[in-house]
Design a protein around this ligand. Sequence first.
Ligand code: HEC
Ligand code: HEC
Length: 217
Amino acid sequence: MQNDATRNPAQLWLEQGRKLWGNAHKSGSCFECHGEAQSMKGVATQFPKWSRSQQQLINLEDQILICTQRSGQALKGLENPNVLALSALLHEASQGLSFRMSAAPGDELPWQDALNKGAEQFTTRAGRMNLACTHCHDLNIGKQMRADVISPAHPTGFPIFKMSWQSMGSIDRRLRACYSGVQAEVPMPGSQSLRQLELFLKVRAQGLPIDGPSLRR
Ligand code: HEC
Ligand code: HEC
């Protein structure tokens, strides 16, 4: 289904993303400052990044939200369908390229600290099931869990169109779902702990190509 453009629901989101991005004939759009969406090739491989102005990690959806404030079409919320459509478009522009996580010169210390915190969360037990991410996504890869086969949790496919959500969803939402899965306290959307985990997962997946947006059951 993912490989069949006529049946893949992600195609509708990409179409919407292209519409929002705009073109030479439509003002107030991303195009005005950035030109063709293809000029963003490679950008999705570098998020989350350390933002010097905000003194925290921001991921691609955060950057899109920041930029919609500038474009005269301000959007709110990471799971806003238009934010996800633009995220899908920007990930598509980087399909086949692998993650390239690194600190910008001068930001090494806060970046490394964020990465360490992500690694720590990955291995810290949580919730009523008292499990850490590593117990499923390192130690039980390939095993069946209810109707799912546990994957290595390499975040190459985001944003994902998930059938059970009947929607596109960001990595932020998927990570929260795993907290809820082990009956742990779920971090707030957009929280730094989720960005730190995302950074760790992408460093862990360094070298693997982006294939998002993609489909999930
Ligand atoms: C008024 C100019 C302006 C508009 C309009 C604008 N941006 Fe931006 N964008 C910027 C600037 C400046 C940056 C550099 C980073 C920063 O300051 O946030 C940026 C950075 C980005 C980046 C990161 C690029 C990189 O190399 O890391 C992305 C992705 C992005 N914008 C997406 C969008 C999207 C999506 C839209 C439309 C909703 C948009 N931008 C509209 C000015 C703009
Ligand atoms: C009890 C087992 C379990 C634990 C613990 C768990 N997950 Fe998951 N996770 C799953 C299952 C099952 C899925 C759906 C199948 C799959 O993609 O692996 C999933 C999916 C994911 C995915 C999506 C992969 C994709 O490509 O769609 C990511 C990313 C992820 N988990 C990260 C995490 C992180 C980070 C933690 C710790 C905060 C965590 N998981 C804890 C079972 C678990």
